[in-house]
Design a protein around this ligand. Structure first.
Ligand SMILES: CSC[C@H]1O[C@H](OP(=O)(O)O)[C@H](O)[C@@H]1O
Length: 373
């Protein structure tokens, strides 16, 4: 197999398949000024680019973690030496791989995609080990299973995003004539996924249908994913009516201009529909409720977490003070509280757009969210 990347011009990663796979990821901290790819030779490098937010976005975090493992096991000389030393002991090999997966799970805590992906891959490996028929080596069987499953995940993400785009566009256009204006927060496009995007994918689908009047991007302080990344995607993809506003202008814009819907991404949707997403999503949702503007969450099944009954159980990542201080140009000694995410209660959400359709709320405003299986 040749090089596999995302579906748009903007490639969040470059992955080359084959016996010796390779991976490079776009350093998103340099966007919009520079497009530079970082080589990922092992799980430590994958962990590093996730933690530093050189790559980010709930689906992309999971994909880079697992592709990093695929490269580590099959192409990294040090890891190959360690595997050689294990010989062909199935239990020891499983433990070796699972230890690497558990390490990757410590990179960032909030987006459930990484944890769902790790659990899914562990299941695939257990299955492959149980079905191993003695042809070749168990090591070859497990390393191949990692590559095959991860490549499947990469392709599934783009397909799911296209379906989310279609279902979301149809939902927003219901009962409407003419074109629509969408407001969004953070970055949920090609740069946050394997390609196409989730919430920004909905805007992209509307654009493809010639139904997008305008896309409004919130700057998304303090990390500015909206102004650095979404604005960049809007410009690169020539999305109509692309407009950047500061976070605190959302209410003023809803009060003075026609906003048809707010569409946001997600890092974790709980059983009742409570959703963790980028810090500031809750504010926008409350303001939108005050103006009768529906808020949709675009979320693949990989972002669903029905093990949590509601949002109170979500671990919210707190980023270091210096990230807020440097972004806000604040005095270095000021005390900071810098949560990366907030939880929007289900009552503020009009629908959860998935690749299988739009989940609408029950009469009491809560959702009956299905499980990721
Ligand atoms: C396609 S969902 C992207 C999701 O990731 C963001 O967070 P971060 O940039 O910190 O990884 C954000 O919450 C988005 O909605």
């Amino acid at each position: 197999m040749g090089t596999m990347t995302g579906s748009n011009n903007l490639q969040s990663l470059k992955y080359s398949s084959g016996d010796k796979p390779t991976l490079a990821v776009l350093d998103q901290l340099l966007i919009p000024h520079e497009k530079k790819y970082i080589d990922i030779p092992d799980v430590e490098a994958a962990w590093g680019v996730i933690r530093s937010m050189q790559i980010r976005g709930a689906p992309l975090i999971a994909i880079v973690a697992l592709l990093g493992l695929a490269v580590d096991l099959n192409s990294n000389a040090k890891t190959i030496g360690e595997l050689d030393a294990i010989k062909d002991d199935g239990d020891a090999l499983m433990k070796f791989i699972e230890t690497k997966l558990d390490y990757l799970s410590t990179s960032r805590p909030t987006a459930v995609n990484l944890f769902n992906a790790i659990a899914e891959l562990k299941g695939v490996l257990q299955n492959a080990k149980a079905k191993f028929n003695g042809e070749g080596t168990i090591r070859g069987c497990l390393c191949k299973a990692v590559v095959q499953h991860t490549e499947f995940m990469l392709e599934r993400d783009v397909q799911d995003n296209r379906h989310i785009g279609k279902f979301g566009a149809e939902e927003i256009l219901k009962g409407k004539e003419g074109k629509v204006t969408i407001m969004t927060i953070c970055n949920t496009g090609s740069l946050a996924t394997a390609g196409y995007g989730t919430a920004l994918g909905v805007a992209r689908a509307l654009q493809e249908m010639d139904k997008l009047e305008s896309i409004i991007a919130l700057e998304t302080r303090p990390y500015n994913q909206g102004s650095r990344l979404t604005a960049f995607e809007i410009v690169e993809e020539k999305m109509p009516g692309g407009t950047l506003i500061c976070d605190s202008a959302a209410g003023a814009m809803m009060r003075t201009k026609k906003i048809d819907a707010v569409v946001v991404g997600a890092d974790r949707c709980c059983a009742n529909g409570d959703t963790a997403n980028k810090i500031g999503t809750y504010n926008v949702s409350v303001v939108a409720a005050g103006h009768g503007v529906p808020v949709y969450v675009a979320s693949p099944f990989t972002t669903l977490d029905v093990s949590l009954t509601n949002g109170d159980g979500i671990t919210i990542e707190e980023r270091p003070s210096n990230e807020l201080i440097s972004s806000a140009k604040a005095p270095p000694s000021i005390n900071c509280w810098n949560p990366a995410f907030d939880v929007t209660p289900a009552k503020f959400i009009a629908g959860i757009i998935t690749e299988k359709g739009v989940i609408l709320p029950e009469a009491d405003g809560s959702f009956d969210v299905p499980a990721f299986v």
